[in-house]
Design a protein around this ligand. Structure first.
Ligand code: XBP
Ligand code: MG
Length: 242
């Protein structure tokens, strides 16, 4: 059987390209205080809340299912309040990233540079907001980051959040590539399940927030991409069950 070429790498952002969730958690707590709310997400609670992809969905879940003091608030006012809290949070997160609060995980930049030089196509498929992607990429790679990641699908283009595969399906469609010719990189069960549902062989690099998740369906689970080479990626991709 003819070998299937590896043509593209598709990266998740939060927890995969960079360990961002501590900065996200701090930004949520900053936004709650700015909005005059007595809410506080500590690490154990945030680790549980991360099972809900998407910041607005996470706030909604917490407010209705965890905190639960939904007074007789009108649906419209509820949605407006969630949006306002999330806007405050995104502004706080962007400031933190611009102030250098977040770095790329070990090996990520080297692998991206090697892949780009080897003419592999690179894309981003994330449930986070475009503002967050741009802030992180500008701070970590510089203004030319958009020439490296040809395609970015995010919360603004793919509203159905992981584990729904929409963000990956739209990335594949825009790249005009079959999933078999790509590798996805993820950090969480939601992300892995979204990528697998889109037919993508997936490499997982867990982090402190996701180490306990089920990664049985991953092509490989690695502590980080620090020692990963392009030859590794080609070999793992060639051995992926079709
Ligand atoms: C992780 C998420 C995001 C972030 C917070 O995205 O689920 O919701 O936790 O960012 P990824 P927003 O797919 O990159 O792992 O508040 O912008 O959603
Ligand atoms: Mg992630």
């Amino acid at each position: 059987m003819k070998p299937v070429p590896l043509r593209a790498l598709i990266f998740d952002v939060d927890g995969t390209l960079a360990d961002t969730e501590s900065a996200h958690r701090a930004a949520f707590n900053h936004a709650f205080a700015e909005a005059g709310l007595d809410w506080h997400w500590d690490e154990p609670l945030y680790t549980r809340l991360l099972e809900i992809s998407g910041g607005k969905e996470r706030i909604t879940h917490y407010w209705t299912q965890v905190h639960g003091d939904i007074k007789a608030i009108q649906a419209g006012a509820f949605a407006d309040t969630v949006q306002r809290i999330h806007d405050l949070k995104t502004a706080a997160y962007e400031r933190a990233v611009q102030d250098g609060a977040v770095q790329l995980r070990p090996g990520v930049l080297r692998l991206i540079e090697m892949a780009s030089k080897a003419r592999l196509r690179l894309a981003i498929a994330t449930t986070t907001s475009p503002v967050n992607v741009a802030a992180l990429m500008r701070s970590a790679i510089g203004p030319d980051w958009k020439y490296i990641f040809q395609i970015v699908e995010d919360a603004s283009t793919a509203p159905r959040k992981k584990p729904h595969p929409q963000v990956y399906l739209q990335t594949l469609h825009r790249m005009q590539l079959p999933a078999t010719e790509c590798l996805a990189f993820e950090d969480s069960a939601n992300g892995l399940n979204a990528a697998i549902s889109a037919g993508l062989p997936t490499i997982v690099t867990p982090n402190a927030f996701t180490a306990h998740h089920d990664f049985a369906r991953a092509l490989r689970v690695l502590p980080s991409l620090q020692d990963t080479t392009l030859a590794d990626l080609h070999a793992w991709h060639a051995a992926a069950p079709r």
